[in-house]
Design a protein around this ligand. Structure first.
Ligand SMILES: [Zn+2]
Ligand SMILES: [Zn+2]
Length: 137
């Protein structure tokens, strides 16, 4: 078998995805032996995977934050700022759940995992401060 790109070169490897023959030069283009078209489709599916991941992440974040907001603020009328904060912080915190375990951990390592915890702490501090301020006002 000869290289798919260079018909005169003998193949030393095969594309991992489609099995086309690759010469030494072509086999070492990417991290693993891949032909150009398979590499492209891998990049495309990886990108759409990341986009899906982000949609899922922020979708989950928004839904959980909404229920959390209903649970904590339900039936009461608080000042607007209080409402904004008590939605934004859970949204931020809950949005950190999925990336913690999945793809985005590769891009944003360990630091990201700690942020949700800091978010929770900030949330309770601010909630407490605002409640006190609200009672005193
Ligand atoms: Zn291929
Ligand atoms: Zn080649």
């Amino acid at each position: 078998m000869n290289c798919y790109n260079h018909q005169t070169q003998p193949a030393v490897a095969q594309c991992t995805d489609c099995g086309k023959g690759l010469c030494g030069t072509c086999a070492s283009l990417y991290q693993m032996p891949l032909c150009t078209s398979c590499n492209k489709s891998r990049i495309t599916s990886e990108r759409s995977g990341i986009i899906k991941e982000m949609l899922l992440t922020f979708g989950v974040g928004a839904v959980l934050a909404y229920f959390f907001f209903q649970w904590t603020n339900g039936g009461h009328s608080y000042p607007l700022l209080y409402n904004i904060i008590s939605f934004v912080i859970p949204f931020y915190v809950f949005s950190g759940i999925i990336p913690g375990w999945k793809t985005l951990t590769r891009i944003t390592p360990s630091v990201f995992l700690f942020l949700p915890i800091i978010g929770w702490v900030l949330f309770f501090i601010m909630k407490f401060a605002l409640s006190v301020g609200y009672i005193l006002a």
